[in-house]
Design a protein around this ligand. Sequence first.
Ligand code: FMN
Length: 393
Amino acid sequence: MKRLRLTTAGESHGPGLTAVLSGLPAGLPVDKEKIALDMRRRMHGYGRGHRMQIEQDEAIIRGGVRDGQTLGSPVAFWIENRDFKNWSTVMDAYEVDPVQAEKKRLKSPRPGHADLAGGLKYLRRDLRDVLERASARESAARVAAGALAKLLLAHLGVEIRSGVRFLGAIGVDRPVPSWDDIQLVDDSSPLRAIHRDLEERMVELVDQAKKDGDTLGGAVTVIAHNVPVGLGSYVHWDEKLDGRLARALMSVPAVKAIEIGAAITASAGLGSSAHDAIGYSPESGWQRPTNRAGGLEGGVTNGEDIVITAYKKPISTLRKGLPSVDLDTLEPHRSQYERSDVTALPAAGVIAEAMMALVLADAALEKFGGDSLEEVLVHFEASCDLQRRWPAS
Ligand SMILES: Cc1cc2nc3c(=O)[nH]c(=O)nc-3n(C[C@H](O)[C@H](O)[C@H](O)COP(=O)(O)O)c2cc1C
């Protein structure tokens, strides 16, 4: 990100998480309830483990906001880990209880996690030192920052929503969802499924996986609606917005593939059915009857909805374990079980929204930048006006 910069710190069972977001303009009204709503949405979802019953994530602002408005300085958030009280002897910054720490030591790395690679990289013998930071708990800090990015984007008319497109193989054959589909997602439904008719079967699948000590993956689709034309650029490879979005969404824990628009189906077909025809009418301006490109052409937003599906692998911590090795004996040993979700797809959608919001807000500030919200909006209106008049001189 060029204009916006997000740094997070904190461990899964440490005292809490810190997020610092720099680059927002001054004068952006900060809606406490909107931040709280996204924090709650991230915690929701059928198939989550016991941890989410302990936490009641609240993002407390510790800097950068005064009297309900941003100041243009970095915004700092603090999110307490309520579970820390159960881990203080093991996670204390200066001294841990050696007996308790040994009990909680992670010594048979879990395939699919950073455990083994992180242990070798940082030369940690207790793989908890890896797990604690690699855990998806960190994503709570991203959601808090993403909520601020969404507030900025709302001033430009942009909305972002997500839903579970498929879980396991249930729903895998359904077409790429549209904005109309995604608006039907009920945030209070067990799995925030885009296709409500599939939800009952999805819940049964989660129950079965849980019974079997197994886990599930799937895919979430995130859509940004009413996006200004011209965010991103084709002139340099690292400015292409498709790449920037893919990187950000790929960073959501356990996401292993990104699809923009209908890319997967389109790639297996012919060019004549892969692209979106261009039309124009004086009343409605530029028109695209389809949106297979998912709102991005040449790495630039084209005014259509940005549609991205993030494919998430099944959760790596299995109650029944996976083949691994004990670090002390170097003998085969099942991977250790650490309290875990069966699936976290609904939450992954909320995190993906936050990542999309951060990238789009960053790109919007690049194009319409200013030190205050007023200045950004003046630049935005001027740009819209010029585009409305284009190509007439
Ligand atoms: C919201 C959310 C919750 C997650 N919860 C768990 C979990 O309880 N147990 C687990 O093994 N992995 C969980 N994951 C996935 C791991 O964080 C992730 O697979 C791991 O950090 C390795 O990173 P990578 O899969 O991106 O390579 C979760 C992911 C997300 C997005």
